[in-house]
Design a protein around this ligand. Structure first.
Ligand code: FRU
Length: 494
């Protein structure tokens, strides 16, 4: 095992010396962020020694992407997070240009991290899978066998230039890891490797290969059995639009079906985009002691401008709220993990609000850490609109259109502008969600610069936004006659 020293010490010193310099304006209150600097993917989500641990892709030294470290935080309730020292730094020959995404597993009471060693040589990237281990869940040593999954095992099953993001799990008395790669004709592919001790690995199978319509590379796979189904989550790059789905340049997808453990192949029965918002990527799951399958994603998007970076606020990126997953009739369903409700403080409740020709305005209702639940009958409405955080003409807008059964989220013209690699700037999206007995049921979690909407328990939309001036009003309006049966507000305890 190899002790990490200087690069880690330097990162931890830098964080301590600079964390107070971060501009607080858009800092979320209950979503996990790094103390300073840039974060992307959640890594190593695991329940260990009585707490939830989450690691993340981290560049502490600037608010843009750089050589990746693994940041680390710990939580008892999945809402309040304690920052821990950086767990991994790029300091070995096999990971010198970055400790890329990966996962964690507990074995014989020790915590193992399986991550990607990223190396750049003459402009070409080389990626292998590496191991680090800890006895206390805080200090990690890298294995002297690293890389533990390298080119010889990959063979011609994929490309060593794009071979990353191992997600390790136990199955039937062995360890397995799914890892992302691509074919020579640029299709995504997920490979499966097998081990008895986490140190020595064998190639097991090609779990799934994408079609030409499913993106040029798949990142960050996760694979698990849930409610009688085998579920592969991953993040395809440049998957073309399919109706309302896959509008961002980088998307997320669930492939649900049945695994054949004799061949190691997944037969996919259904696919779906995981979240229809603007900022949701690279989700990863863990199972806790209650057996809950909990998913957390990076609440940002590649190839977009990041206001907190452009404004020199010293940080960029946050994680979504943890969501509990279920599969019902072949579809992945998400709900806020029950622990989150334990951290809610009830503020106000109203019943039977009629919204018709005149908008209904609630003043000063929205703080940075607002929770809302709205149940609205739309039997007599053509549309129902919620303007959120409204100041003057600007608002974040949520809107349901009855005829098309589409729920829309828009940050167009609202807050600090965000542009991206899409052909047209993408600042609004829609998802189809049928009403249930004419009812629209929304759960909304709002933080300083993010919103997560759970729509009729069926779909989710997640987006960031950066108000220029804080708005605290909420305005309901309708075409026709919408009847809000109940409207409750609360606050997430921070
Ligand atoms: C996904 C990703 C991973 C990679 C990491 C690098 O967002 O591109 O595939 O391991 O980010 O930071």
């Amino acid at each position: 095992m190899i002790e990490q020293t200087e690069a880690l010490d330097r990162a931890n010193r830098y964080i301590e010396q600079n964390r107070h310099r971060v501009n607080p304006k858009y800092r979320d209150q209950y979503h996990l962020m790094a103390p300073v600097g840039w974060i992307n993917d959640p890594n190593g989500a695991v329940y260990y020694h009585g707490a939830y641990h989450l690691f993340y892709q981290y560049y502490p030294y600037a608010s843009n992407w750089g050589p990746m470290h693994w940041g680390h935080a710990r939580s008892k309730d999945l809402v309040h997070w304690e920052d821990l020292p950086v767990a991994l730094a790029p300091d070995q020959a096999y990971d010198r240009d970055g400790c890329f995404s990966g996962s964690a597993i507990v074995h014989h009471d020790r915590l193992y991290l399986l991550y990607t060693g990223h190396v750049v040589e003459n402009g070409q990237t080389f990626q292998t899978q590496c191991l680090a281990v800890s006895d206390d869940g805080i200090h990690f040593v890298k294995s002297r066998h690293n890389p533990v999954i390298a080119g010889e095992l990959l063979g011609d099953h994929g490309s060593i230039h794009d071979f990353r993001d191992p997600k390790v799990f136990a199955h039937d008395g062995s360890f397995y890891a799914v890892a992302a790669t691509k074919t020579t004709d640029n299709r995504g592919r997920i490979l499966l490797f097998k081990s008895v001790d986490l140190q020595h690995w064998d190639f097991f199978s090609t779990l799934l290969t994408g079609t030409a319509e499913q993106g040029i590379m798949w990142e960050c796979p996760d694979f698990f059995h849930l409610d009688g189904y085998d579920v592969l989550l991953m993040s395809p790059i440049q998957i073309p639009r399919q109706g309302l789905a896959f509008r961002n340049v980088s998307s997320t997808m669930a492939c649900i079906g049945q695994m054949d453990w004799t061949t190691g192949e997944l037969t996919v029965q259904t696919t779906q985009e995981i979240d229809y918002g603007l900022d949701f990527y690279a989700p990863q799951t863990l199972v806790d002691e209650q057996g809950r399958r909990i998913m957390i994603a990076w609440m940002q998007m590649w190839n977009r401008t990041m206001p907190t970076h452009e404004l020199d606020h010293g940080w960029a990126g946050a994680m979504t709220l943890p969501r509990e997953l279920r599969v019902k009739e072949g579809r992945l369903i998400q709900k806020p993990v029950s622990l989150v409700y334990g951290q809610l403080e009830y503020l106000s409740g109203s019943e039977n609000i009629d919204v018709s020709t005149r908008p209904v305005v609630f003043r000063n209702l929205v703080g940075d850490n607002t929770y809302m639940q709205i149940v609205c009958d739309l039997a007599e409405a053509a549309s129902f609109t919620i303007q959120f955080a409204k100041t003057g003409q600007q608002a974040l807008t949520l809107r349901y259109v009855t005829q098309t059964e589409e729920f829309h989220l828009s940050r167009v013209g609202f807050g600090y502008p965000i542009t991206g690699d899409e052909l047209q700037p993408l600042n609004s999206r829609a998802v189809r969600v049928p009403l249930v007995n004419d009812q629209l049921i929304l759960e909304i979690f709002r933080d300083a610069s993010a919103i997560e909407v759970f729509i009729n328990g069926q779909e989710t939309m997640t987006a960031t936004f950066y108000e220029i001036e804080k708005g605290h009003d909420i305005v309901f309006s309708a075409e026709g006659h919408a009847k809000i049966g109940s409207f409750e507000t609360g606050r997430v305890r921070v």
